[in-house]
Design a protein around this ligand. Structure first.
Ligand SMILES: Nc1nc2c(ncn2[C@@H]2O[C@H](COP(=O)(O)OP(=O)(O)OP(=O)(O)O)[C@@H](O)[C@H]2O)c(=O)[nH]1
Ligand SMILES: [Mg+2]
Length: 329
């Protein structure tokens, strides 16, 4: 399943350093010539594709990226230091557009690929440059130029790595709403979710992983019943499924089976996809029955079962730990 991650940033090349006016002053050299050095160039701003990043999450918080200015020239024809390039890592597949004109500046696909998005300004010239036969002692120098500044639009087509599945009303949308910034509609009736909701969840390594909350599946979904079928197609491309079972249900084991059968019936290897099983709404189960319920589900599914309450925020850290472990991040 694809969706577009977007960010707006402003990049600014460093300003060039100024050239200076200076004259040689040495013992035994009565009228030293002009010796003012040039300013250094301002640093460029460069984007570099990095295979370790998956989202544009980092750009939601930091928006202005200025490179370092060049330094002033020095005496004795010393050129000022140039500003180093500011290299900004972006995920592979990031498209960079000029915000106002929508012109595509580049598409960073391969890891390590670079694109200069703002050039630093040139350094100014020192007075040593203006020496001529007519003027042996020029007082002239030039200022460094400003670096380029551009507002840019970044766009990345994202793939959902984790699909949240289950019967209607299991709490799938609630889960994505507490894990990510997504704000899907949540309500106490089936089929609240009509199209998948996507949310980016921050991983321990800092970058994000995209979760997709899929509309509820029902018996016959694989044959087109309910809304599930279209979305089974979408979750084909996820790497991990989180299957939520409603702990408030009369028959959690029966609910489990319905979804398992749909995955089976759909084919395309979906039943073999790594899957985590979650018994949600734990506070609706009597405290002394939770363990028993969990065991019954574990026996029926042959998988470990995690207890959560998406609404109360319980068991979610463990769930995420298991997700990261499965994804190998
Ligand atoms: N008690 C309790 N209620 C919950 C919990 N999680 C979700 N709910 C409630 O269950 C109802 C359904 O939640 P949703 O998140 O909309 O369920 P869904 O799985 O997305 O449902 P569909 O979109 O219809 O497939 C809502 O009233 C939620 O407030 C939980 O952990 N405990
Ligand atoms: Mg929902």
């Amino acid at each position: 399943m694809q969706f577009i991650d977007q960010a707006r940033v402003t990049v600014r090349g460093g300003r060039g350093g100024d050239g200076i006016v200076a004259f040689r002053r040495e013992k035994y050299v009565p009228a030293g010539g002009p010796s003012g050095g040039d300013g250094g160039h301002g640093g460029n701003v460069v984007f570099e594709a990095d295979a370790n990043l998956q989202t544009l999450l980092d750009f939601k918080y930091k928006r202005l990226f200025p490179a370092v200015d060049g330094r002033r020239g020095g005496p004795n024809r010393c050129t000022g230091a140039s500003g180093p390039d500011l290299v900004i890592k972006v995920p592979c597949g990031t498209e960079v557009r000029h915000l106002k004109t929508d012109i595509l500046l580049g598409d960073l696909t391969d890891s390590g690929e670079q694109l200069v998005v703002a050039f630093g300004g040139r350094g100014g010239l020192g007075n040593a440059h203006y020496l001529s036969n007519r003027n042996r002692a020029p007082e002239k120098c030039t200022e460094g130029r400003e670096g380029e500044e551009w507002p840019l639009q970044l766009e990345l087509k994202l793939l959902a790595e984790v699909g949240i599945i289950g019967l209607p009303n299991a709490g799938k949308s609630t889960l994505i709403s507490v894990l990510s910034a997504a704000r899907p509609k949540i309500a106490d009736y089936p089929f609240t979710t009509l199209v998948p909701n996507l949310g980016v969840v921050r991983r321990p390594t800092g970058d994000g992983t995209v979760f997709a909350d899929i509309p509820g599946l029902i018996a016959g979904a694989a044959q087109g019943a309910g809304l599930g079928h279209d979305f089974l197609r979408h979750i084909e491309r996820t790497r991990l499924l989180v299957h939520m079972v409603d702990g408030g249900s009369e028959d959690p084991v029966g609910d489990l089976r319905v979804v398992e059968q749909e995955l089976e019936a759909y084919g395309h290897g979906l039943v073999d996809r790594p899957r985590l099983l979650v018994l949600n709404k734990l506070e609706l189960i009597d405290a002394d029955e939770r363990e028993e319920q969990r065991q019954r589900l574990e026996e029926a599914s042959g998988r470990p079962v995690m207890l959560t309450s998406a609404a109360m925020g319980q068991g979610l850290d463990r769930l995420l730990q298991s997700v990261w472990a499965e994804l190998g991040v």
